[in-house]
Design a binder for this molecule. Structure first.
Ligand code: PL4
Length: 398
């Protein structure tokens, strides 16, 4: 069999396994080191009691004749209704909300809507799945210079306040946009998102808006969903997740909103196609996970989401304060769980190694998120409090 040439186009291994590999190598050569990870954004705290009771009850029901359920392809109606009311003020019907096994999985699958050769525009830096997933789907060509052919990188730097120049977006592109942003921690305001939506409409683009960190937003003026913006339902799909707000990184539950008002340039419905794709290659999220998700969205569950996200935001504040005390410029961490620290003129992987060697702390090198991440390090606020405090103390060795 011939190898898929799109796979051959991928330049390097996926970022997070590469970091895990470097951590393993360091641990093997320094067995005495007590390594702390502020690298991958993986939740560390237990699922809180009310939400956990929802998971347990979901599992219990499977063992009863009256509570048993099998395939649940489209997702529990009740959960889709709840998502619409909690996150979108009831704006969407349940057939516009698709329950998934997580945002990353949907980001990968959504590419099938558009196929090979699609023009891609992406914030630079960004969550690597947007670019790597596009390469795998044949939307991009091989690596050339600092990026892939067919992908327009939209630099988000201190100079533009981490919001890209929208004029760079080519006509008819699929735009990946994430706010609160991974990795920069920047959150786009209403004016910025309005200009994004207007640019998408005027250039016949579709936005895949990743709102995986929306529950970390504390500033009431910042939009938590692209659908707070007028006409976004004619140009955007939103993906979101229970992973970070409910501690479901291992449970696996997310959703996508594909409005019925979203059309291709030919006038056909994107929602109809997504329904067809999901029905064909996806068999639904675990019914136990969905029972947990339902519990996470009732009154008690929403309090727990607040408590858990507050905890990680507390970690973020500790990390940011420690970096500022050391005179390191950084942003993020106030409405997001990531802190983006600038080490001007330095190479990201070299700083990554230095922090690992001197402090025994794992971080993520900014260059792993795209060319504009060079010179930056991402600190993740997902960790036990004592570990984060210890990591902050160790950073003084830098
Ligand atoms: C490591 C912007 C983390 N193995 O859990 P999901 O699939 O619902 O959501 C994944 C996701 C989606 N959108 C954004 C994200 O940042 C994430 C998770 N990112 C990180 O450290 O950047 C975990 C990465 C994991 C992975 O590859 O996703």
């Amino acid at each position: 069999m011939r190898r898929n040439s799109y796979i051959a186009n991928l330049k390097a291994g996926y970022l997070f396994p590469e970091i895990a590999k470097r951590r393993r190598e360091f641990a093997a050569s320094h067995p005495e080191a007590k390594i702390i990870s502020l690298g991958v954004g993986n939740t560390t705290e237990p699922v809180l009691p009310h939400t956990n009771a929802g998971l347990v009850e979901g599992a219990r029901k499977l063992g009863t004749a009256e509570g048993y359920s099998g395939y649940q392809d489209e997702g529990l109606e009740q959960l889709r209704e709840k998502i619409s009311s909690v996150f979108y003020r009831g704006k969407f019907n349940i057939d516009e909300i698709f329950i998934s096994d997580g945002a990353k999985c949907d980001i990968g699958r959504l590419q099938i809507l558009f196929g090979a050769g699609t023009r891609i525009a992406v914030q630079d830096p960004s969550y690597p799945v947007y670019v790597d997933g596009s390469v795998l789907a044949g939307a991009a060509g091989g690596f050339e210079g600092a990026g892939y052919k067919g992908i327009t990188y939209l630099p988000c730097t201190a100079e533009n306040n981490f919001f890209p120049n929208l004029e760079l977006i080519p006509q008819n592109s699929l735009i990946y946009f994430c706010s609160p942003n991974n990795p920069t921690g920047a959150v786009s305001d209403r004016i910025q998102l309005t200009s994004l939506v207007n640019a998408a409409i005027s250039k016949s683009c579709i936005i895949i808006f990743d709102a995986a960190y929306s529950e970390f937003i504390r500033d009431p003026l910042l939009p938590k969903t692209i659908f707070e913006i007028d006409k976004a339902d004619t140009c955007a799909i939103e993906v979101n997740s229970f992973s970070k707000p409910a501690g479901f990184t291992g449970v696996r539950l997310g959703w996508s909103v594909v409005p019925k008002t979203l059309k291709y340039e030919s006038g056909e419905s994107v929602n109809t196609d997504w329904n067809r794709i999901a029905g064909t290659i996806f068999n639904g999220a675990s019914n136990i996970a969905q029972a947990g998700g339902l519990a996470a969205l009732d009154v008690e569950g929403l309090k727990e989401i607040r408590e858990l996200t507050n905890f990680y935001l507390g970690n973020a504040k500790l990390i940011r304060d420690a970096l500022i005390k050391l005179g390191i410029n950084c942003i993020g961490g106030d409405n997001s769980p990531y802190i983006w620290a600038h080490f001007s003129g330095r190479d990201s992987w070299e700083i990554f190694s230095q922090i690992l060697e001197k402090c025994h702390v794992v971080t993520t090198p900014g260059a792993g998120f795209g060319p504009a991440g060079q010179g930056y390090i991402r600190f993740s606020a997902f960790g036990h409090r004592a570990d984060v405090e210890e990591a902050c103390r160790r950073l003084e060795k830098l």
